[in-house]
Design a binder for this molecule. Structure first.
Ligand code: FAD
Ligand code: THG
Length: 819
C-alpha cells in the first residue's frame, strides 16, 4: 500500500522532495504551504541561486553535483532553471591562495572539475575584476546559477503530473499522533490531513514544526544581506547576457571580504556575510498572509551594515564606480551549529521527518537522499554528518546552538583548519580529570561538546628530537610533544582520558537476542567477554563499529561512536515489553586508558584482582577495585599496547586518576592526548568510523570482514551482505599509504593520484612515531590496493609520493598487546 505522505512547505526542498518521492511511485502526497504557490514567501522566493559545489564534505559535494545535473536538465515553460556559467573564487591574500589549492584537492577527491587561474586568466574570465587585486582564482566550469523558483516549480509540476497535490494557504499548526506516538497526520488552521509519513520542509520555520513534535532542532534563522546595484555601464548593451540568459559571467566569490556576486543583466547582485550576525527568534517569525504581498523572509535593508561591503566590492570591481545600491534586503535563511543540514526522522515521533537548513545548492541531492531514506530505511549516500540526531543534549540548548550558528555565520567564508575548535560555549562537558589535565598544561580541543586534551605542555621536557618538523598546515593544533607522548605509550605507560567515548548499557532478558540481531559478531559468549562488532544497515553498510562487553547474563556495556548509535538502537528496540533497556551512561561515568609495556606493573599493585595475562586475557572484562575505586576494566586498546580501559562513576574519577598517576611515577607515567592517540591507532590500522568508513562501505571494503560471523544466525544487514559477497570481491579498499618523506604529513580528504589520474582520497592521516613514517589511509580501487603500488597525494597543489603498504604497520604479531 502506498503511504499517505504530507510535506510541510513548498520551497525548493518541498518541491524537490515531492518530485523525488512521486518519481519512486508514491503518489498519495500532499504538500501543504502556508503561503501562496510558488513564490511562497520563504527563502527560495528570493535566493539569488548561486551554486558553488566545492565543499570539504564528500556528501555535500554529492548533493550539489546531483542538484546541478538535475536542474541543468529542467525547464519551466521553455525557460532555464540552471545556467552553467561557471564559478570563480578569487584570492587576494597569500593565505587564500593556499586555501584555493586545498579546494582544488577536494574537487579532485570527489569529482568536481576545477582549475587554478593566474590573475590574467581571472580578469579574462571576469572582466569586471581589478586584475591587480587578484593573486589567483579557482575556476569551476560546472558551477552556475539556479533559478530557484523555476527549479522549484518545475519539480512541483512533475510531481503534480504524477498526482501530487500542492495546497496553498494551509498553515500547519499541530501534528497528530496515534499508536506508539507515531505520526498520524497534521492539523492546519482549516483542516486535519491524515498521514503515515510527514516531512517538514519548512525552511527556517523548521524549529517551529520540531516543537510540535516535541523535538529540538538546532536551527537558527539568520538574516543575510543581498543588494542589487543600479545599472552598470560595464554590463550594458547585452555585453555578457541577454534578457533570456540574465547572466553570462561566472558567479564570483571574494571570500577574503565575505562577498559574492552575480549578474542580473546590467546590474550586479552582491551578497555579504561581512555584517554582524542577525539571528531571529523562532517564536517571532512572521508568516505570509493573503493581505500582505510582501515576503516574510525579506526584512528591511539596513544600509549601514552594508557600507563596508560596498567599499570592498568597489575595490575588487572598479566597474562599480559611481553606481549605488538600488535595492537591497536582509533575507532570512537557516543556520546550524556545524553548517550541515538537518535531515532524518525524529527520535520522538516516528514517521515525522525533517529536511531543513538545506541550500538551493544541495536541494535536489538532499531530496533524493531523503526520498531513498524514507523508501528503504537507508539513504544510498553517507548522511551521518547531516543526521538530525547527531547532536549531544547540550548542543540542542537554544543558547548553545544560537551562539554556534552566529559563529558559523561569521566564519562561513573563513579559512578553517580541520582541527580548529569553536571558542564559544566552552568548556561545556568536562571529564573528572579536567583539573589535573589543566594543571598539566593540556591544550584542549573539542569533540561532542567534550574538552579533549590534544597534548600536554607539561610533557615539553620529554625528548622530541626524533620528531620530524612538518609543514604549516599540518603543524597547526599540533606539537612535537605529541610524538613524545606517543613514544611514552609505546615504551613506558601513558594515561589517556577516554571519557568522551560514548557508551551505553543494554540490559534485560532480551538484551542478548537484541544485540545479536543488531550486530555482526558473535556475542553469545561467557560473562567477561569483550567483542569487537559492527552495526550494519539494511544495505550492509557499516553504520558503526562497537566494543560489546558482557558484564552479566543480561547486562552489556557498549563502546560506541556517538549519539547516532543510541538512536539506531532505540529505533530497533523490540516492542515495548520491557525486555530490553538501553541507557547512555557516558555522562555519569568516566574512563582512563592505561596503556604501555608497564601498564600491568602500574595497575597490579593497586588491586587484589589478578591482572595477569593468564587470569585476565586480551578482550576480556573484569570488575575490580583499583585503589578504593570500583572499576569495570576492559582489556582492549585502540592504541595497540598492553593495558586496560578503566571505567568508574564520574564522582570517583579524580580519585582513580590520582591513584594511577601516583602509582605510575616509578614507571614514568605520562598523560597523553588525542594527537598521540590518533597516531598510535593509525599505526595499528584501527579504523575511525565516520572518517575512514561510513554506511557507504561494506565490512570487506573497509577491511573489517573479520568482525562478521555470517553463520551466527540472522542479523540486520546479513542478507544484503551475502548478496554483495556473491557479486564478487570489493571494487574499492581502504588501505594505508606510506609517504616517501617524513616531513610530508597530510590532514585527510586529499586526492590520491595513480598514473597521473585521481583514483581515490585520503581518510585519516598522521605521523607514525614508532615506525618513523608519515601515514595516510585512503580509499583506492582494489587493482592498486595491493602493497607496493606507487601513488601520489596532492597536498596544497603539490604531489607527494607514497606507496601502498601492508597492514598493520606496527606490531603485526600482536606481541605487545597479547602478553
Ligand atoms: P523555504 O524556501 O523557506 O521554504 C519553506 C516553506 O515552508 C516556505 O514556503 C514556508 O512558507 C513553508 N512553511 C513554513 N512553516 C509552515 C507551516 N507551519 N505550514 C505550512 N507551510 C509552512 N542558497 C544557495 O544555495 N545559493 C545562494 O546563492 C543562496 N543565496 C541566498 C541569499 C539570500 C539572501 C537568502 C535569504 C538565502 C540564500 N540561500 C542560497 C539559501 C536558500 O535560499 C535556502 O537555503 C533555501 O531556499 C531553503 O529552501 P527551503 O525549501 O528549505 O525553505
Ligand atoms: N574502546 C571501546 N569501545 C570503542 C572504541 C574503543 N568503540 C568505538 C570504537 N572505539 C571502536 N573501534 C575499535 C577499533 C579497533 C579495536 C577496538 C575498537 C580493536 N581491534 C583489534 C584488532 O582489530 O586487531 C581486536 C579485534 C578483535 O579481536 O576482534 O582493538 O576504543 N571500549
Amino acid at each position: 500500500m502506498t503511504p499517505r505522505i504530507v510535506l510541510i512547505g513548498a520551497g525548493i526542498v518541498g518541491c524537490a522532495l515531492a518530485d523525488e518521492l512521486s518519481a519512486r511511485g508514491w503518489s498519495e502526497i500532499t504538500v501543504l504551504e502556508q503561503g501562496p504557490l510558488f513564490a511562497t514567501g520563504g527563502s527560495t522566493s528570493h535566493a539569488p541561486g548561486l551554486v558553488f559545489q566545492t565543499n570539504p564534505s564528500r556528501t555535500m559535494i554529492g548533493f550539489a553535483a546531483y542538484t546541478v545535473e538535475k536542474y541543468n536538465a529542467l525547464t519551466l515553460a521553455g525557460r532555464w532553471a540552471f545556467r552553467q556559467v561557471g564559478g570563480l573564487e578569487v584570492a587576494t591574500t597569500p593565505a587564500r591562495v593556499e586555501e584555493l589549492k586545498r579546494k582544488l584537492g577536494y574537487a579532485a577527491s570527489w569529482g568536481v572539475q576545477a582549475e587554478l587561474l593566474d590573475p590574467d586568466q581571472c580578469a579574462q574570465l571576469h572582466p569586471l575584476l581589478d586584475r591587480d587585486q587578484v593573486l589567483a582564482g579557482y575556476h569551476t566550469p560546472h558551477d552556475g546559477l539556479a533559478k530557484p523558483l523555476r527549479a522549484a516549480e518545475a519539480q512541483a509540476r512533475a510531481a503534480i503530473a504524477r498526482g501530487v497535490r500542492f495546497l496553498p494557504w494551509q498553515r500547519v499548526v499541530a501534528l497528530e499522533t496515534g499508536g506508539g506516538g507515531r505520526v498520524a497526520g497534521v492539523r492546519t488552521e482549516q483542516e486535519v490531513y491524515p498521514a503515515d509519513i510527514v516531512v517538514s520542509c519548512a525552511g527556517y520555520w523548521g524549529a517551529r514544526i520540531a516543537r510540535m513534535a516535541g523535538t529540538s532542532l538546532p536551527l537558527t534563522p539568520m538574516a543575510h544581506q543581498y543588494a542589487m546595484t543600479t545599472p552598470l555601464a560595464a554590463l550594458a548593451a547585452d555585453r555578457f547576457s541577454t534578457a533570456a540568459s540574465e547572466a553570462g559571467l561566472p558567479i564570483l566569490r571574494h571570500q577574503d571580504r565575505d562577498l559574492y556576486f552575480r549578474e542580473h543583466r546590467d546590474r550586479l547582485g552582491i551578497g555579504s556575510y561581512a555584517h554582524r550576525p542577525m539571528p531571529l527568534e523562532t517564536g517571532n517569525l512572521a508568516d505570509p498572509t493573503p493581505a500582505d504581498t510582501g515576503m516574510p523572509s525579506q526584512l528591511a535593508f539596513t544600509a549601514d551594515d552594508f557600507a563596508p561591503a560596498w567599499a570592498d566590492a568597489a575595490a575588487l570591481l572598479p566597474a562599480l564606480g559611481s553606481a549605488k545600491v538600488e535595492e537591497g534586503f536582509n533575507g532570512i535563511f537557516s543556520f546550524t551549529p556545524d553548517g550541515f543540514p538537518l535531515l532524518g526522522e525524529s527520535a520522538q515521533v516516528p514517521g515525522c521527518w525533517f529536511a531543513e537548513a538545506v541550500w538551493i545548492t544541495h536541494s535536489a541531492g538532499v531530496a533524493r537522499a531523503v526520498a531513498e531514506w524514507i523508501r528503504t530505511g537507508t539513504p544510498d549516500v553517507d548522511v551521518h554528518e547531516c543526521d538530525l540526531n547527531r547532536f549531544e543534549a547540550v548542543q540542542l540548548a537554544p543558547t548553545y546552538h544560537r551562539t554556534r550558528s552566529c559563529r558559523n555565520f561569521i566564519e562561513v567564508y573563513d579559512i578553517i583548519h580541520p582541527l580548529q575548535p569553536s571558542e564559544q560555549n566552552r568548556p561545556a562537558r568536562v571529564s573528572p580529570f579536567y583539573a589535573r589535565q589543566s594543571e598539566l598544561g593540556a591544550v584542549f580541543l573539542e569533540a561532542g561538546g567534550w574538552e579533549r586534551p590534544q597534548w600536554f605542555e607539561a610533557n615539553a621536557a620529554l625528548d622530541t628530537s626524533a620528531v620530524p618538523a612538518r609543514g604549516d598546515w599540518a603543524s597547526r593544533y599540533w606539537s612535537p610533544i605529541a610524538g613524545a607522548e606517543a613514544q611514552a605509550a609505546r615504551e613506558r605507560v601513558a594515561l589517556f582520558d577516554m571519557t568522551p567515548l560514548a557508551r551505553l548499557e543494554v540490559q534485560g532478558s532480551g538484551a542478548l537476542a537484541f544485540l545479536q540481531r543488531m550486530t555482526t559478531n558473535q556475542l553469545d559468549k561467557p560473562i567477561g567477554a569483550v567483542t569487537y562488532t559492527l552495526l550494519l544497515d539494511e544495505a550492509a553498510g557499516v553504520r558503526s563499529d562497537l566494543t560489546v562487553a558482557r558484564i552479566g547474563p543480561e547486562l552489556f556495556q557498549i563502546g560506541t561512536n556517538g549519539p547516532l548509535d543510541l538512536d539506531w538502537f532505540r529505533r530497533h528496540l523490540p516492542a515495548d515489553d520491557g525486555s530490553v533497556q538501553i541507557r547512555d551512561i557516558t555522562a555519569g561515568t568516566c574512563c582512563i586508558g592505561v596503556w604501555g609495556p608497564h601498564a600491568r606493573d602500574l595497575v597490579q599493585p593497586l588491586t587484589d584482582t589478578d591482572f595477569s595475562h593468564a587470569a585476565f586475557g586480551y578482550f576480556k572484562a573484569r570488575q575490580a577495585y583499583v585503589g578504593d575505586v570500583p572499576v569495570t576494566a576492559l582489556r582492549v586498546s585502540y592504541v595497540g599496547e598492553l593495558g586496560w580501559e578503566l571505567y568508574t562513576s564520574a564522582d570517583l574519577g579524580l580519585r582513580l586518576w590520582d591513584a594511577l598517576w601516583h602509582a605510575g611515577q616509578p614507571f614514568g607515567v605520562t598523560a597523553a592526548g588525542r594527537s598521540a592517540f590518533s597516531s598510535l591507532r593509525l599505526e595499528k590500522g584501527y579504523r575511525l568510523w565516520g572518517t575512514d568508513m561510513t554506511a557507504e562501505h561494506t565490512p570487506d571494503e573497509a577491511g573489517l570482514g573479520f568482525a562478521v560471523k555470517a553463520d551466527k544466525g540472522e542479523f540486520l544487514g546479513r542478507e544484503a551482505l551475502l548478496r554483495r559477497h556473491e557479486a564478487g570481491p570489493p571494487a574499492l579498499r581502504l588501505v594505508p599509504l606510506l609517504l616517501d618523506r617524513v616531513e610530508d604529513v597530510v590532514m585527510g580528504r586529499e586526492p590520491v593520484f595513480h598514473d597521473g589520474k585521481p583514483v581515490g582520497y585520503v581518510t585519516s592521516a598522521g605521523f607514525g612515531y614508532s615506525i618513523g613514517r608519515s601515514i595516510a589511509y585512503a580509499w583506492l580501487p582494489s587493482s592498486i590496493a595491493e602493497p607496493g603500488s606507487s601513488v601520489e597525494i596532492e597536498y596544497f597543489g603539490e604531489r607527494l609520493r607514497a606507496v601502498t603498504a601492508a597492514e598493520p604497520l606496527f606490531d603485526a604479531a600482536m606481541t605487545k598487546i597479547r602478553r
